[in-house]
Structure formats: structure tokens, C-alpha cells
Design a protein around this ligand. Structure first.
Ligand SMILES: Cc1ncc(COP(=O)(O)O)c(C=O)c1O
Length: 435
């Protein structure tokens, strides 16, 4: 497969059947259009420039400006923290700019359109229906999970997670004095599945009060099947476990996979679910702190939402509500284009590894812009692996072991970056491994 060097003035196409990019110069135009084709059938159109290299250093962003703190050096290409190096869809910037230009920044009061935009987006994208009273703002998904842990469980209670998994699940539970029980993911056919028998054993023997489900699952990028979610729900109902479902990556299902909101799969699921979501990963606005929580079951909801309100945890800033409403109302074309670009970046990583990094096996994500790299075939100790990525290749990826058991010899690669930067990073890795 050859990759065309796209520019703002190119039309280009990726045709898997033909395995080639076709570039067409369209002259001096502001926008560029890319047609992603599948066996000659055009299925997506995009008019945004994800190839643009945006200088992020000096903007107080963790990914670029906190390298010294996290890696002890600054001479690294950052491919770690889960945000994108892409500019957001222009409508979000325009809406924020219009509000900022008003120059009076008093307390916010979310417009009805804000709540309705979340309700409409979830119903239209994922068939997840809920009313305004079942919906609440939270200042971040991790904070929301922490609130739920504190509200629904007590110190010493057991909480189930499934490693390797997004590391704050363990940190937040342990940091609040809860006992974490790991139902490890099971490797199966080059991918991963949930150990349902293991889950039932844990529910029966350990009597956890809560399970934190990562749906889709970060860092592997698993969109859980309906059957799996139905089983989780029925076990949770049987053993009296509240399921906190973190669906922050739900809008980023790729390659024809589908995100299924946990609360939708059965009546039992709706009864045990506390769902958290956000437009933050979807539209690259995590710094604006705009997340939401849905609880269908009134017995869980009334106390929890009341507690959030009493502590003023559920009051959004106007920046959050404006960005959210605009993203959900105007952002779907941008999102389609962004996901197409991410899919092509993942294909590029796969192609590169197959040809030039045979010891590195990218596990294709079904959702998200994060690629789990299984580096066990390199035959290195984990420490040497880290030293090679950081010290020799000058790359800042997430060390697989931060995600807990099962992360050894693995790294998490963030591909939401211009393709040229991504390929440069892979070249650096190849050079480091061959040195
Ligand atoms: C699964 C998952 N949940 C939550 C978050 C963070 O969400 P927030 O910034 O809203 O706390 C991330 C960020 O990477 C994530 O991957």
C-alpha cells in the first residue's frame, strides 16, 4: 500500500481493494476533500485537514508540556495522553469565540438546548434513550466515577475492574480506600474477551458493591458485544452489583464495529447502570471539562443526583455547555472525517509493523484512537522495552504496565496525530530497534 502525502490541495482516496491512495491536485483551495473508498464505493467524505501539524508546545497541555514531569526529559515525540493533536471542528471554536467576545464571564446557566443535544445525540447515535431528569452534568468522567464510588460504596468495599484497563479505575478506587478485585481480560485469537465465568466467581465469592466497566474498553479498544453486556447485567442484578459504565470512547467505534450502551441491553442493565459519557474524546475537547451521567433507575438516581447537586458537582461552566451543545449539534461531519483519518492511521501502523517492525504486533482497536502494541515478540525485558522507546527512539507512549496486570511487554500508542508525525515516530522506533 502506498500512502499519498496529502496536502490541503489534494483530493485523495484509499481503496482497500486496490490498496492504494490516489491523489488529485485540486489547486489552490482552502478546503480539501478526501474520499475514503471501500471496494470502489465511496462511503465517507471529508473536508477537514487532519494532516495539519499544530504546534501544541507552550499551550499548557499535559501531552506536550508535561513530558519532563512524566518522562524526565523533553526530547520526546508524545503519543501518550488520550487527546488528539487535531484542531476541533470549526463550529466549536466559533461558538466559544462568540461567547468569549462578550467579555462578561459570569456564572453559567445551561440552555435547554444543551441537555437536549446530549439526549438527541445518544438516541440518534446509539439508540440510548433517556429523559432530562435521568441526565446530569459531571465535571469529568473520572471525577464522576469517583463521586459514584464515594456515594454508593463504603471504605473497604470491593470494586471489580478488568485489567489491563484505564489506570484511574484502580487508582480512584484504592485512593478512596476501596478494595480492587481484578477480573483480568482473557486473550483470545489475537484479541481479548471478557472472562464471564471469572466475573461470576468474583461476584459470588467477593461480594463486590460495584463494577467499573470500560465500554468501549481502553486500552485495547474493545466494543463489548450485546451478549457480553447482557451477561454482565444479569450477573450484576443477581449479585446486587452496581455497574458504572464508562462510555467516554463510545462515539469512536471504528471499522464497522458498534458501540452498545450498557444500560440499553436489558431491563436488568437499566436497573444496575450508572453511565458516564462525554463529548471530550469524540470532539477533542477534554480540556473544557464537559461530561455527563445517566441513571435510569430512580432508586439509584434520586440520592446520587441529589448528592451531586447538594455539593454543586453538577453545575457546568458556560464553556462546557456551549462546546458540548455545538459539538453534538454541528460536529457529526467532522467526527466522520476524523474517524476515517484515524482508521487510516491504524492501517498505516499495521502496514508499517508488518513490514518493518515484525516484533511489534498492533492489536487493531474496535473503538478509540489508541492502539495496543504487543511487543512481546521483541524478546526484551519490560525495562529494556521502555528504555528503547524512550531512551533510544525518543517516543513517549503509555507504558502498558500502568494499565495493570496483562500490560507487560505492551505499549499504548495514540494515533490521533497527523500521519506524517506518526510515520516519523514509527521510523524512529525502527531505527532504535535496529541500532
Ligand atoms: C476510559 C476513560 N475514561 C475516562 C477518561 C478521562 O475522562 P475525564 O477527562 O472526563 O475524566 C479517559 C481518558 O483517557 C478514558 O480513556
Amino acid at each position: 500500500m502506498t500512502f499519498c502525502k496529502s496536502a490541503e490541495t489534494m483530493i485523495y482516496a484509499y481503496i482497500p481493494g486496490v490498496a492504494a491512495y490516489i491523489g488529485v491536485d485540486v489547486g489552490d483551495t482552502f478546503e480539501y476533500f478526501s474520499y475514503l473508498c471501500e471496494t470502489s464505493k465511496i462511503y465517507r467524505t471529508m473536508k477537514y485537514n487532519f494532516d495539519k501539524i499544530v504546534e501544541r508546545r507552550g499551550t499548557s497541555c499535559v501531552k506536550w508540556d508535561a513530558l519532563q514531569e512524566h518522562f524526565g526529559r523533553t526530547d520526546l515525540t508524545p503519543l501518550w495522553v488520550a487527546d488528539m493533536d487535531f484542531e476541533v471542528c470549526p463550529e466549536i471554536t466559533e461558538a466559544l469565540r462568540a461567547r468569549v467576545d462578550h467579555r462578561v464571564y459570569g456564572y453559567g446557566c445551561p440552555a435547554d438546548g444543551y441537555w437536549q443535544s446530549i439526549i438527541d445525540w445518544q438516541r440518534n447515535m446509539h439508540g440510548f434513550t433517556f429523559s432530562r431528569e435521568e441526565l446530569c452534568y459531571v465535571p469529568g468522567v473520572v471525577k464522576g466515577i469517583a463521586f459514584a464510588l464515594n456515594y454508593f460504596t463504603d471504605k473497604g468495599d470491593k470494586v471489580v475492574i478488568q485489567e489491563p484497563v484505564y489506570h484511574p479505575f484502580r487508582a480512584v478506587a484504592q485512593g478512596n480506600g476501596r478494595v480492587v478485585v481484578n477480573n483480568a481480560l482473557r486473550a483470545a485469537n489475537g484479541f481479548y474477551c471478557m472472562d464471564i465465568e471469572g466475573l461470576e466467581r468474583i461476584f459470588a465469592a467477593e461480594h463486590p458493591r460495584m463494577m467499573i466497566l470500560c465500554n468501549p474498553h481502553n486500552p485495547i479498544g474493545i466494543t463489548w458485544s450485546r451478549e457480553t453486556l447482557v451477561e454482565v447485567a444479569s450477573l450484576a442484578k443477581k449479585y446486587g452489583v452496581i455497574v458504572v459504565s464508562d462510555e467516554i470512547h463510545g462515539d469512536l467505534a471504528l471499522f464497522g464495529h458498534e458501540h452498545i450502551p450498557f444500560a440499553t441491553v436489558s431491563d436488568e442493565a437499566a436497573e444496575v447502570a450508572v453511565t458516564f459519557g462525554a463529548p471530550s474524546k469524540t470532539f477533542n475537547i477534554p480540556g473544557l471539562v464537559s461530561s455527563w451521567c445517566v441513571v435510569k433507575n430512580p432508586a439509584l438516581r434520586s440520592g446520587f443526583f441529589g448528592w451531586l447537586a447538594a455539593n454543586e458537582f453538577s453545575d457546568p461552566t458556560f464553556v462546557a455547555t456551549i462546546a458540548t451543545e455545538t459539538a453534538y449539534k454541528c460536529g457529526s461531519a467532522w467526527l466522520d472525517s476524523c474517524k476515517a483519518y484515524i482508521e487510516n492511521n491504524i492501517l498505516a501502523v499495521e502496514e508499517f509493523c508488518a513490514k518493518r517492525l515484525p516484533g511489534v504486533r498492533p492489536v487493531r482497536p474496535q473503538a478509540s484512537f489508541l492502539v495496543w502494541l504487543d511487543c512481546s515478540a521483541l524478546g526484551m525485558s519490560h525495562d529494556k522495552l521502555i528504555a528503547t522507546f524512550v531512551g533510544k527512539a525518543h517516543l513517549a507512549l503509555n507504558d502498558g504496565t500502568i494499565f495493570g496486570a496483562g500490560g507487560e511487554n505492551c505499549m499504548r500508542l495514540n494515533v490521533a496525530t497527523p500521519r506524517a508525525s506518526l510515520l516519523k515516530a514509527l521510523n524512529a522506533l525502527e531505527a532504535a530497534l535496529n541500532a
